[in-house]
Design a protein around this ligand. Structure first.
Ligand code: SF4
Length: 397
């Protein structure tokens, strides 16, 4: 089942991040799209979602309002769309709504009130401390955006709107020492981040230089960075500091089912809708070439159920059946499942049959993180079973 839609409210942005997969990589679809989604298109999509997602379903369908920069969509459009979402919720549909924004422009008090009223969560893209963020997240005049984003965050906090911020979204950057990254996360007014694996690497563009794959596997740059960050985060032992990948890994390693798309990789259950109403494959596939995320489907003619019959969507939905041969016997098969999807993509059919090109990184990270979790649990068990107070009360780990 599809559980989420990424909705491109705009195909324009007010900044110009160097690595942006929408505007600055192989896919040029944005040039062929309307700059903004029309309100009737957004409402038609909501109808499609409610036709597909059963009324009363306990698990929500998540609508992620995205772009480009979604906050360049008209305020009146948000008001009309969210009013319809509210109506659907009253009628029994379980719908979550989130916005992923660069937050470079302040959000008007009226719109924030609307987001509060309709339980809309904001994800804010920010790549680390000012100098790191501003090396890539720049405006069209090449100026860094960090100060403007943080000023808007602080304004929201001062106005009592901090609870709207679900967290910050960063891209892993091994040139920044993990201790410094963690110190930055701790300094945030809302200490919640997710750190994305890089999406630009795949078997046609590996993270090593030509002929150096063995040397890279011995010292995988991203894996080492994530492992060190995990150790530092674990040592802090601060439940108030969330690094979503790590919290989810903990959850999955203890037998939990829910997970994010960088873990488990058994099903990729989302689709994208561009500004003209066309359905698309996940954004990750944009790096494979111009039009590589395009599909023949459109919300005017096709319901969401039709997508599941598409060969590539069917493979994405049942990714567990695509487990690469190398992963069959891997000790991290359950938590990794072939690796982060972009590392498996190629220009031919979207998903290569090989494991992720970041396999060595993921192996290194999971070895370190799961080893630490395991040894901590063993120490805890030893402590509980050898403590006379626990023996007296019969308390078990
Ligand atoms: S670590 Fe490598 S071999 Fe193991 S499941 Fe992940 S991609 Fe496959």
């Amino acid at each position: 089942m599809f559980r989420s839609a990424i909705v491109k409210l705009t195909a324009v942005c007010d900044i110009d991040c160097t690595y942006c997969y929408m505007f600055n990589q192989a896919d040029q679809t944005f040039k062929r799209m309307p700059a903004r989604m029309l309100l009737p298109t957004a409402l038609r999509l909501l109808d499609r979602i409610c036709d597909y997602h059963p009324q009363g379903e306990p698990e929500p369908f998540t609508i992620v309002l995205h772009g480009g920069e979604p906050m360049l969509w008209p305020d009146a459009g948000f008001a009309a769309l969210l009013a319809q979402v509210a109506l659907r919720r009253e009628q029994g549909w379980n719908l979550d709504v989130a916005v992923q924004t660069n937050l470079v422009q302040p959000i008007t008090p009226e719109l924030l009130a609307l987001f509060r009223e309709h339980r809309v969560s904001l994800g804010v893209s920010l790549d680390g401390p000012r100098e790191v963020n501003d090396a890539a997240r720049v405006d069209r005049r090449g100026r860094g955006t960090y100060e403007r984003v943080m000023a808007n965050v602080k304004r929201m906090l001062a106005d009592g709107d901090g609870a709207l911020i679900g967290g910050f979204l960063s891209v892993a950057n091994p040139s920044l020492p993990p201790a410094e990254f963690l110190a930055w996360v701790r300094s945030l007014p809302v200490p919640k981040v997710d750190v994305l694996w890089p999406i630009e690497f795949n078997w046609r563009n590996p993270p090593w230089t030509l002929g150096a794959s063995h040397a890279y596997a011995a010292e995988p740059r991203y894996g080492a960075w994530y492992a060190e960050l995990f150790r530092a985060w674990w040592a802090l032992d601060d439940p108030g500091l969330t690094i979503r990948l790590f919290n989810n890994l903990l959850h999955v390693s203890l037998g939990g089912q829910g997970h994010i798309d960088a873990l488990v990789n058994d099903s990729y259950n989302m689709f994208v809708v561009n500004t003209d109403g066309s359905y698309e494959y996940p954004d990750y596939l944009r790096v494979a070439g111009d039009g590589s995320a395009s599909t023949p489907f459109h919300i005017d003619t096709d319901g969401i159920a039709v997508l599941a019959g598409d060969p590539l969507f069917a493979r994405l939905l049942d990714l567990r059946a695509e487990l690469p041969a190398k992963c069959e016997g891997c000790r991290h098969r359950r938590v990794c499942g072939g690796g982060f999807l972009p590392g498996r993509s190629d220009a031919r059919d979207g998903i290569a049959s090989r494991e992720s090109v970041l396999c060595a990184d993921q192996m290194h990270f999971f070895d370190a993180a799961l080893g630490l979790i395991e040894s901590s649990l063993q120490k805890r068990d030893t402590h509980v079973h050898s403590d006379p107070a626990n023996a007296a009360t019969g308390l078990q780990a």
